[in-house]
Design a protein around this ligand. Structure first.
Ligand code: FE
Ligand code: FE
Ligand code: ZN
Length: 277
């Protein structure tokens, strides 16, 4: 079965997202752990978390994904921004411990003018501080488009973080199709080569999730503007190959396309139709 879902709002709580995912034809979903552009967070409701766990079990959900806020930047040169990143990730991981089969995805960060190497060192510092062995939730690094001074614009930078962090082999990767395409990886014409390169540099065993997005821009544009499935420069044929590729087809796919809920339901139905049993 194709495991597919989309980004949902957490404003009505955990169980509400599970039910919403079901009505959209999804068996997974993604949500922000807190306000993505600020960082404020609602009071935690453990009973609601447990209700979602039971609901997901009944409805045979695939793993779900929690997304850290965009304001979390462990690579910042500003120590107060780094402290916010550490506190936020720690608190988010404490909450996520109440949810079964969830992973936490974050954008590695932006080094601004310090250079990628310094950025990587700071990201590793944060992970060593907050991602301690007692935490069961897997943490994923997202592949980035490389806009501005984003760390994670290529597989080598993600590997560098995973190699240096103490949590090393507990870290995974979430591959964002729009981001890697914008970063210059030709998943339209050379998908096998890109996945081979991922395997050689990071290892395919680290690949845990896919953000399935089309792109408004061309290969290597370093832009990061998501498009609806089949309406961007990746296109429907390449999307069909992506969801059916032997190394990807078992992974959960999350849509982060510019859609309202009914648009997501349509894309989920479209992709389920394109998946080969
Ligand atoms: Fe993201
Ligand atoms: Fe993404
Ligand atoms: Zn993006």
């Amino acid at each position: 079965m194709l495991h597919i879902g989309c980004h949902l709002s957490c404003s009505n709580g955990y169980l509400a997202m599970g039910k919403q995912a079901c009505t959209l034809g999804a068996d997974t979903f993604q949500f922000f752990t807190r306000n993505p552009r600020g960082g404020s967070v609602k009071p935690f409701d453990a009973a609601d978390a447990e209700a979602l766990n039971l609901f997901r079990k009944e409805h045979h959900f695939a793993p779900i994904l929690a997304h850290a806020p965009y304001t979390l930047n462990a690579a910042s040169g500003d120590s107060s921004v780094r402290e916010f990143a550490m506190r936020t990730m720690r608190e988010d991981l404490e909450r996520l411990d109440y949810l079964d089969d969830v992973m936490l995805n974050f954008h590695p960060g932006s080094h601004v003018k310090q250079g990628a190497e310094a950025g990587i060192r700071l990201i590793v510092q944060m992970l060593d501080e907050v991602y301690t062995p007692d935490i069961r939730t897997p943490v994923l690094l997202e592949t980035m488009a490389g806009k501005g001074s984003e760390v994670g614009r290529n597989f080598e930078e993600l590997r560098a973080i995973m190699e240096k962090a103490k949590a090393g082999d507990r870290l995974g990767v979430c591959l964002d199709t729009c981001h890697v395409f914008d970063a210059g990886y030709d998943i339209v014409n050379r998908l096998d080569d890109v996945l081979e390169e991922f395997d050689r540099i990071i290892g395919l065993d680290r690949l845990r999730m896919v953000h399935l997005n089309d792109s408004k821009n061309v290969l290597g544009s370093r832009k990061d503007r998501h498009e609806k499935i089949g309406q961007g420069s990746i296109g429907l044929e390449a999307m069909t190959r992506l969801i059916n590729h032997p190394v990807l087809r078992g992974l959960p796919f999350e849509l982060e396309t510019p859609n309202e809920l009914n648009g997501y339901a349509q894309e989920i139905a479209l992709l389920r139709g394109l998946w080969k049993e």
